[in-house]
Design a protein around this ligand. Sequence first.
Ligand SMILES: [Zn+2]
Length: 140
Amino acid sequence: MRFLLDTMLGHLLTWLRLLGYDTLYNEDLSDDELLETAKNEGRILITRDRDLARKSVKHKVETVLLDSTDVVESLRKIQAETRISLIFDIDRSRCPDCNTPLEKLSTNPLRWRCVNCGKDYWRGRHWRNISKTLEKLNQQ
Ligand SMILES: [Zn+2]
């Protein structure tokens, strides 16, 4: 499952990529370009714009209409509407910066690297914050 984020939804980009989903965000695309990209690349459009959502559905593009600015609430809605389980597993994660799947560098200590931009990732404080936020996803 692949996603395309509408303008103003850049804050969801990192999360969806860390969760392992091929996700694009480009502020310069017009509504028509967004629809075309979603259709051509088989991406689910995520937007907060009701008019665009209506248009998108008319063009047979799978669409999730968000009404919250909260990350956890937004991810919950995406999860519910697309019937996917958003589970954090860094072995499936994509680089938050460039969308490339991460590769395991070593198991002890656990490290991953993005072969495209060269960034390294490891279990640290940042990781625990991410896990904590994502754990909230499946709680009441
Ligand atoms: Zn990268």
